[in-house]
Design a protein around this ligand. Structure first.
Ligand SMILES: [Zn+2]
Length: 220
């Protein structure tokens, strides 16, 4: 017998491919953007069904910003997403471990790495390049430091005299988060190589709610 965590739920009879999982996420986001959400899987029947196990459609690693409420913006419900979030979606050891759990135990076929425009963590990283003020704490400083390489990359790409665009830093940071995850986790890289997993980097637009895919590692 398998443990409860590995038991497929009756509501998820099929195992989705990475492409099917992304399509389901994209369809949910389309409903959210169009203001026609179905709010699926949010009742007591679903709760009861899931008590014995979970088989989420995907794992989502995103910024902790309160406006990026994962189940809402993808119009899904209980048991649909395995969610890991922190400020600025910076990839650290516990993040990698959590996502490896989702891949190796829950067999998710997709990891979505989700950043967004006007990210406070990205803005703080940009400000840190010119500010002499110390960070609020060692922990805050460490987090911001993990975004600074993307600020440096965006600065190198700047035309002379041009002003740094936070959106370009955010886009580079999403790509860097994806690359760091795949580069550091042999488990994730192996699952991608075997076609069992894809990792998608995407940006969430705070104003219109649209999730735009910007980078894919693996086959969708
Ligand atoms: Zn953010």
């Amino acid at each position: 017998m398998t443990s409860p965590e590995t038991t497929a739920t009756p509501s998820a009879p099929e195992h989705l491919t990475p492409g099917q999982a992304w399509q389901r996420m994209a369809d949910g986001n389309d409903r959210f953007v169009a203001n026609s959400p179905e709010h699926p899987h949010q009742d007591s029947d679903r709760r009861s069904l899931l008590a014995g196990g979970q088989e989420p459609v995907a794992a989502l690693f995103g910024c902790a910003d309160s406006r990026l409420a994962a189940e809402i913006i993808f119009d899904v419900g209980l048991g649909d997403l395995f969610v890991v979030r922190n400020a600025g979606q910076v990839v650290g050891d516990t993040v990698i471990a959590s996502l490896e759990y989702a891949v190796s135990v829950l067999n998710v076929p997709l990891i979505v790495v989700l950043g967004h425009d006007s990210c406070g963590a990205v803005a703080t990283a940009i400000e840190s390049m010119t500010s002499t003020a110390p960070p609020g704490s060692r922990f805050l400083g460490d987090l911001v430091e993990m975004i600074v390489p993307s600020v440096r990359r965006a600065t190198i790409d700047l035309e002379p005299g041009a002003v740094l665009d936070p959106r370009s830093v955010g886009k580079l940071h999403i790509e860097a988060s994806v690359e760091t995850l795949v580069g550091r986790s042999a488990l994730v890289a192996t699952a991608i190589a075997e076609g069992r997993l894809a990792v998608v980097g995407a940006n969430y637009d705070l104003a219109n709610g649209r999730v735009d895919r910007s980078v894919v590692i693996g086959r969708l």
